[in-house]
Design a protein around this ligand. Sequence first.
Ligand code: SF4
Length: 976
Amino acid sequence: MSTTVQDRVTTKTSNTAADARKSEPDAHGVILSEKPADRIETTTCYMCACRCGIKVYLKDGKVRYIEGNRDHPVNKGVLCGKGSAGIMQHYSPARLKAPLLRVGPRGSGEFKEISWEEALQTATSWLAKVRADDPRKLAFFTGRDQSQSLTGWWAIKYGTPNYAAHGGFCSVNMAAAGLYTFGGSFWEFGEPDWDHTKYFMLFGVAEDHSSNPIKIGLGKLKARGAKIVSINPVRTGYNAVADEWVGIRPGTDGAFVGALIHELLRTQRIDIDYLVRYTNAPWLVIEAPGAADHGLFVRDEKGNALAFDKRSNALTPAEGPDVVPQLSGLVKLPDGRTAIPVFQKIAERYLTDAYSPETAEKQCGVPAAAIRRYADELAKVAFEQTITLDVPWTDIHGRRHEKMVGRPVAMHAMRGISAHSNGFQTCRLIHILQILLGSIDCPGGFRYKPPYPKEIAPRVKPTGKPGQVKAGEPLPGPHLGFPMAPGDLLIDDAGTPQRIDKAYSWDAPLAAHGLMHMVITNAALGDPYPIDTLFMYMANMSWNSSMNIRDTLKYLTDKNPETGEYKIPRIIYSDAYYSEMVPYADLILPDTTYLERWDCISMLDRPISEPDAACDAIRHPIVEPDRDVRGFQSVLLDLGARLKLPGLVKEDGSPQFPGGYADYLVNHERAPGIGPLAGWRGNGDTFGKGAPNSNQLNRYIANGGFHAHHIPPSQRYFKHANKEYLDWAASVGFRAADAKMTFQLYCEPLQAFRLAAEGHGPVQPPENHRERIAKYFDPLPFWYEPFEGTMVDTGKFPMHAITQRPMHMYHSWGSQNAWLRQITGQNRLYLSRARGKELGIADDDWVWISSHLGRVRCQVRLMDGVNDQTAWTWNAIGKRKGAWGLSEDAPEATRGFLLNHLISELLPAKGGGYRYSNSDPITGQAAWYDLRVNIEKAAPEAVEHSEPRFEPFDDPIGRGHPDSISYGAEFKRARR
Ligand code: SF4
């Protein structure tokens, strides 16, 4: 690979040079349009996770202006406030300037600057020792970065089982529920059919989620007059432009959705044909309470699930082409056992009074009559306003269909659903609702984005069982996967977790994204074992990314009384900014900004695909770093080579990717012909599979930083059952050719865990876990009250408290941005006017908000449009003094606050004293929104400020905290 970062920085792209308007005088000598830039580069925004295409105008080597790229598949030219404020992210005073080595106690912020060579040698010596001794003692976790296919691969080669990204504290409930049910998911895996949907339900979506794509989509719906119904305790952002707002009580969406299902079943308005064609509704479930096979599917000797065919009056493989299945009634099996179809189990579950609208009203606060009306509206649109596209297609059995017929009802959900301890099952309920209406991947419904759909569930198992982790050797498989039975768990014979975060143990069996929120606590407590080195990237775990901040800081600084060594002996951290996490690390590897480095939004990870096109993208260096910083991904490759990790060095021991991340992007092959980038492979004409192409990155840059492979019309819908699409997806490596794609309304793997809890099978949970596994691993989804509400005194903590990010900010990145801070520099606690009146609280009053863990002092704002039992605030605005280059009197540090101080990472002790993590019991997803609180007016203080307060960080290396920041005046002067 000959292209280096330096080469790229000095290369002017020819395709965008034409965009720089001419500055020559016209015929009259008048300059009508001044040339705005010396060059214009197209790349990918990184001010949030949407990954829009941007054009960056550069003058005199500086960023002058950012605009949206009209040709880009994600945003089509739309740019949000965050995206345009990327300039101030790039020039932030909080940027780290050089590698740092801690010289004072942890938390003091006392560092000395060191050279990169010293930093890399230090990291290599620490990591080499751990790898040679016990690779488990490295915990490598990353935050909201977009290079997980690289970081995960690196961790495999290193050999530690302790790797994951931030998904465990973000939305793994959403991902896992979707992947175990229909091989896709909300968020990056799919989206509503914005061009055809007529009725759109939005569950728990905050202002910034899927930012530009949702705004563009909602605009389309509004223009066509489609109805938008938002279900959310707070009516802001997207919810404020919905036609109807359902101000639900937090954590009760599952009760609401269960009642919608009840009504659709009661009124017999479901898509039976769709259920028969695409789902396991006809599959027979063994009815033998107490037996080892109770609740499993009836299967033939080849393992095929069976249905009862009414035409042949016999058992038959359920996924055959011409089955006319029995959907209800008891079936006598040849061996004398009995079985019933999944559909009957669904009817029995959801037609009971437990799911009636009246029951749901008591649970979620939505009137029963309204629930009935929403169910009626959904059914009317789905079944009386079908969409028909005159596009022939061929199904998986080879049958040709002349038209694509769809139910124009779409749904979208996000963290408001998933960040609860009932999030997995709630999300499954939403998917059951979508499927009963026949609205997955049909015209007007929810649509997969390639490479989805995947096999249900994806055929990859987690690695890290005893015997799989060996000193000095790579891990024999991927860290994260999809257990189908207890035998897939990462536990020893006594049931002890093998990962530091306890993922894939009885605590969180389907922890498909790990439990990053538990790493620091578990490591400091040595539960299940102590570690040596914590290596993190882009994760502010000492502040707004952790629960229970005070104890987290204690865990980061606790020392072993016998040795005097920190309980987490070494912490390596990489970030571009001086966040609150920096002072708690020992070695800092300073990252670049997103305009200074290579990045890859890969088909191997979470690409930027649209339903009609498989798309991936890059970022490339367009500004030369003015500091001694390096892109983390290149640093990781360098470290891997120094550690001599397999795949990272050549046979002669020299680095495999001497050109850093750009070299890796072009030349790494995960499988023969499959690399990080799918476009322009081979001789430049190949998509998906093909030999590395040394010109590939130039092709991406010339094309605006992305590649789009358009899918022909005949493959665009029913992708889970569309032969042409599935054959093509197999040919480019998106799926195995024999992948099973039948929607799993009834989730048999959950029953396998439940059977183990009931005493069956070789791998069973220890006694103290049995009741919990048996209860929550229900193969049909159900609603239950989130855990915190059942474990604390709700008389003492009657209110719910939740957070969301403002539309103009993303995590803590945005709330330190000089332009965006001017929109929101202080967050408030929002309450309904009725609740304020009841508590004697007025606008701008200071209050104490308390939970079972602690209390926070903050300022209130009253509003309409919030559930009466709910308080909420903007997340990640509150900052610690001395961090982020902010001045000591910055409102973020004096009046801003975080609810994280109130949220415990562990649930209160239950029988036997064991404390589970504050997470979903199935996936381990952090239950941020289960929080229960009390609010009371605070006594006035002479100088009002938020609590708790922490010691300001020192500034020994002269970063400075500028009082005012301005940018761009030089461009104005140049114009005069
Ligand atoms: S939505 Fe996100 S990725 Fe798109 S322009 Fe805004 S900040 Fe950038």
